[in-house]
Design a protein around this ligand. Sequence first.
Ligand code: ADP
Length: 872
Amino acid sequence: MADDGALSLHPVQAESALIFSALVDGAGRVLAGVFPDGQAPDHLAAVLRPPGAVPFAAWWAGVCQGAQEHSPQVALACFDGPDAVCSPVRVQVTPVAGRDEALVLCIPAQGRQRSLIWALHHISLALSRTDLDRLLRIVRSHVLDLLPATTFYIGLYDQEAEALTLREAISHGEPVGIAEANPHEGLIGWVLATGLSLHIRDIQRDPLPAPYVTHSALPLSHSGLLVPLAAHGEMVGVLSVQHVEPHMYTDEDLWLLEAVASQAAVAIHEVYLGREAESRSHMLTFLQDFSLQLAASPRLPDVARVLADALVTLAAPDEVRVYLRSQQGSILDSVYRYNADGNPPFTSDWQHSMDPVAATVDREAEPVVMGQLTRGTRGLVYAPWQPGALAAYPIRRGDQPLGAVIVLYKEPHLFRQDEQRALSLISRQTAIAVEWAHYYADLAQRFEQVAALYALAQQVTGTLDDRDILQLVVHTLRDIFRCRACVIALRVDDTDEIAIRAAVGVKAEWRTSARFAVGEGVAGRVVETGKPIYVADVHASSSSLIFDPEVHSVIAVPIAYKDRVIGSLNLDSVRTNAFSPSHERILTIAASQIAAALEIARLYQQAQERAEKLAAANAELQHMERVREELIQNLSHELRTPLTYIKGYGSLLQDHDLGPLLPEQSTALKIILEKADTIQRLIHDVVLLEQISPETLDREPADFDTLIRQAFQTVQVLHSAAPLTFSLQTGAPGHTVSVDRGRLNQALDNLVNNAVKFTPEGGEITISTGVVEGGVSCTVRDTGIGISPEHLSRIFDRFYQVRDPARKGAGGSGIGLAIVRRVIEAHGGTITAESVPGEGSAFTLLLPAADHLPAAETPPGDDPPPEDEQTS
Ligand code: ADP
């Protein structure tokens, strides 16, 4: 032994281990370090040891804190250091009265005990690092090395399953396979129930503990030992050696077997703990995977599938059924069934109502777990086969039922706590995913509705026939809301009646009897009050409103235009609670679209009717005009010949060729001839007017300013006697027009004649030219009496004359300006008039430039620069 070594006690009784470790000084005194239950004591109060003695040859002892009377009875005391030596010792622990200390006495073991302690130490080492199968084999081989036995077994007790499995069993020297035994029966049952060891010296003679039931998987031999396998207060099994001979075991053998059992139990417990830790870590990974998959499943059918998938992986059932509710809650949206025998494994829409067990957990909000269905309960769940076990969990968020899930097994199945915890956790996680899927579906639906409304608005405003509009609306709304029927009823004109104007999904008989009074039925009530109506459950409501018996919920909103309720828009469904406030909002928008569209259609119809009337009146007018023209033409032609006679004979009379005339006769004849001249001019003008057209024009290219200047010169000559000032301002040099000179001069003559006629003495008449876009202009301006606005627009009409005292004696026939307009328009130009009564008038004609004429035809540019000419 080294002087400075560390002494340690290796417990061989693992359960109540005292790990003893001490520092020994040069004189062999232990200085410090007792570790009961792995905890360092505050101090080693005193060490007693025979001085100078060889450490293992004699006893030695210490006082330590925390050591207890039942601390290990045997140990391997080892000294560390260069020459580590170990020796089996028996340990006695004696508590010190009144103090938290104990006297620990180590006595070197002797004889068989010494070798047994060594054996236990080896077992202890071997057990500490192995799997369960190997562990059980090691226990068996060591026990059978130490003790004689014709029967051996290690019974492993599964407290949760209430099952006992016999392992490493030997019966009459022969190995027996793994066997099940009843943990509540026989001597095993007694040991498990009491936790005490049993030493049977002779089964024929010994009194056996009550209640002793003979039934046991392995028959008990003549003598035997049964010791409990217990670790950390938990019963993990039974260890037994038996022999066909009586009196084969001593008390020391029992002590040995107990020591082995104690170590084995701790090791088995550790294996269990290891397994549990492993399965927990698996479970964590699994749940994490499951959460990730759920998070990636925004839609309800995906959630159902992920859940079914997870349950198949986790619980390996024969069938899984998942029932998820839609966001309306009342109907099952996603039903998934996985069947281990099925192909393909997943089928959707399998069933539209929950099976009774799922319905119960959904209603009661409590899981149902049945590991072993009895004959009476097997028929609880519909299945082509009779299930042996089932577990059903509600899927809920708070008070809100979102569905249920059920797993089914053909055979009875032990639902372990861990498994149940996992199932419950999975159901809870699914509930969150379902809620999200609802939000997602709601969002998607709203988006769809808004998009549909937008499309509807576009279609409706693009349609002008009100019947088409309404039909389009009812179809679109029914599609958007996926409901049974959609109806639009409108007030009949200004009566107290309402009539169905468009409907879809309604039975024919309801459509035909479709007239009712304001205040009657849902639509009537909405029109009467101007307020929406929503009946969530028609059959539960006491409302007197009449419904088709098929209908379970109804929503109706008023159709109003400018505060006037013109009708009602109704939707109904075969489901209860089918509508929500968001439906009402969307319907209200749709109703206002309908109202606006109807108003537009009404206005359009009105406009169209007016246009038709106007077109008819116009056609009538044109017809009259033609008739009048024809009449005038005919009259004019017919009047020519008699007029020639009148004028001819008038001249003869005037010239006295037919005899002398009295002075009064001569005066009368003069008037007759003047009036005949007037009629002849009129006829000439009328005929002329009819002759002017683009086809009859004799056009030639002319320099515009030159043309006007020449016309001005003629005007000056013609009106030289008039007491007026004439002036010319040319402003379109080098601009060529293609004109009929004669006709254009005539038009200018008419304009100038009028100006002369209506301009009092001292007035001014100006002719000016200019350039406008695409052509040239010529304005004849005077400082005359002017024309009032009400006449201005009509003076170009044929035979239109302004009649007022200022123009008395002006003569004329109202055809001059009509001729001007005809001439200018025949040239492709326009004529306009402006006037301020009392100040003067201006007539402006625009002619297109002769751009299309070949350059050769354009007269040479001999234009003088712009100039002003004036005469009076
Ligand atoms: P009329 O040959 O009877 O003058 P017109 O067609 O030439 O017929 O003119 C139509 C009407 O326009 C005339 O009644 C006349 O009073 C009015 N009018 C035409 N030119 C002028 C003018 N420069 N100033 C005032 N009134 C005019």
